[in-house]
Design a protein around this ligand. Structure first.
Ligand code: 13P
Ligand code: SF4
Length: 320
C-alpha cells in the first residue's frame, strides 16, 4: 500500500473511530511508540506514568489502550469498573516476558527482607508480588525515598536497574531482564554516527545498555526526552529509544534535526521499532471499539494485590 492509499484508508477509519468514541463514551490513550495515525487520533499521548494517571482518573466508560498488554492491565488494575480494550491482545513486551512469575517467586524467596521495586513493564503477577511499582519517570525518587539500610530488589530491567544503582549509589539486587528494542542499539554505529554529527546531543532511554547510556548527554523517560529536545538550545539530536517517539518529538521542533540511533541489524530490519507496539493498527483500533473486544479481564484477587504497589507508584510525582 502506498502512502496516499494509506492516508485515504486512515481518514475513513478516523471518521468511524470518532463516531464510535462519542457513542461509547470512550477515551483513547496512546503511548509515544504507537504508529503516527494512532497518536494523532488519541485523546492523550504520553509515557507510561502519564498514561497510568489518565487511566486512573478518566470519566469515560471505555478506555481503549493503544499500547501493550502490561499498560492495558495497569489501566484495568486502577479502574476496574471501566471496560478496558487493547486493539491486539498479542501486543506483549519482551521485557515483561523476561520475568516469569514462578522464577520471580523463587528469586524473592532467595532474598528475604528485601523491598521489591518493580518497573511498570511487567505482568500483573509480578506487580502483585511487588511492594512498589515505578516507571522511568519516578524510579530514582522512589529508590531515594527508601531508608539506606533497607535492601532493595529491582526488577525486571537490568539496564534500568544498573543505571539507577549508579545514580542513587544503592546496591540494588537486579533481576536480569531486558527490552529487546533498547538492547539492539549498536554502539559502534552510534559512535560512527556521532562522528558525522559531532554537535548532536545523544539522548537515551534508561532501558538502553550502559555503553549507550555512557555516550548520552541526557537520559530520561520518553516524556522527559521530548521535553529535553524542546527546551535545549541545541538543534541536533541522536535519539536512542523506540523510533515511534520521533513523530511527537518533531511536532514542536520542526527546525531541529532528529536522528534515530542505529540498531545492530538496521540493514535488514527496523530493530528500533517495537514489534509489539506496532501490532496495534488503525483498523484494529476501529474493530475493538466496534466489537467491544479484545477486553482486559483480570482475576479480582490478583488485581487487588497489584493495586497496592500501583497506587504507591502514583503517589510519587514525576521529576519537574
Ligand atoms: P516510558 O514511556 O515510561 O518512558 O517507557 C518506555 C517503554 O519502554 C514503554 O514500553
Ligand atoms: Fe516492551 Fe521494549 Fe516494546 Fe517497551 S519497547 S513495550 S519495553 S519490548
Amino acid at each position: 500500500m502506498n502512502t496516499i492509499e494509506k492516508t485515504v484508508i486512515n481518514t475513513s477509519l478516523s471518521e468511524k473511530i470518532n463516531a464510535l468514541r462519542k457513542e461509547r463514551n470512550a477515551v483513547i490513550l496512546a503511548h509515544y511508540y504507537q504508529e503516527p495515525a494512532i497518536q494523532d487520533i488519541a485523546d492523550y499521548v504520553g509515557d507510561s506514568l502519564e498514561l497510568a494517571r489518565w487511566a486512573a482518573t478518566t470519566n469515560a466508560d471505555v478506555i481503549v489502550f493503544a499500547g501493550v498488554l502490561f499498560m492495558a492491565e495497569t489501566a484495568k488494575i486502577l479502574n476496574p469498573t471501566k471496560t478496558v480494550l487493547l486493539p491486539d491482545m498479542k501486543a506483549g513486551c519482551s521485557l515483561s516476558d523476561s520475568c516469569p512469575p514462578t522464577e520471580f517467586r523463587a528469586f524473592l524467596d532467595a532474598h528475604p527482607n528485601h523491598i521489591v521495586i518493580s518497573y511498570i513493564n511487567c505482568s500483573i503477577e509480578i506487580k502483585a508480588m511487588s511492594d512498589i511499582i515505578c516507571t522511568s519517570s519516578n524510579a530514582e525518587q522512589i529508590i531515594n525515598s527508601i531508608p539506606k539500610e533497607q535492601p532493595i530488589i529491582f526488577a525486571p530491567d537490568k539496564n534500568l536497574g544498573a543505571y539507577l544503582a549508579d545514580k542513587t549509589g544503592r546496591d540494588l539486587v537486579l533481576w536480569e531482564g531486558a527490552c529487546m528494542v533498547h538492547e539492539a542499539f549498536s554502539i559502534d554505529k552510534l559512535l560512527d554516527l556521532h562522528k558525522e554529527f559531532p554537535n548532536a546531543d545523544i539522548i537515551a532511554h534508561p532501558e538502553s545498555e550502559a555503553h549507550v547510556l555512557k555516550t548520552a548527554s541526557f537520559i530520561g523517560s520518553t516524556a522527559a526526552m521530548i521535553r529535553y529536545v524542546n527546551d535545549s538550545p541545541n538543534d541536533q539530536f541522536i535519539v536512542a529509544t523506540e523510533a515511534g517517539i520521533l513523530h511527537r518529538m518533531k511536532q514542536d521542533v520542526l527546525h531541529k534535526t532528529l536522528i534515530p540511533a542505529p540498531s545492530v541489524a538496521d540493514n535488514t530490519c527496523a530493530c528500533s521499532e517495537c514489534g509489539y507496539m506496532k501490532m496495534n493498527t488503525m483498523q484494529k483500533l476501529y474493530l475493538c471499539l466496534k466489537n467491544n473486544k479484545p477486553e482486559i479481564i483480570l482475576d479480582e484477587e490478583m488485581r487487588k494485590r497489584a493495586l497496592i504497589p500501583m497506587l504507591r507508584c502514583l503517589d510519587y510525582k514525576p521529576k519537574p
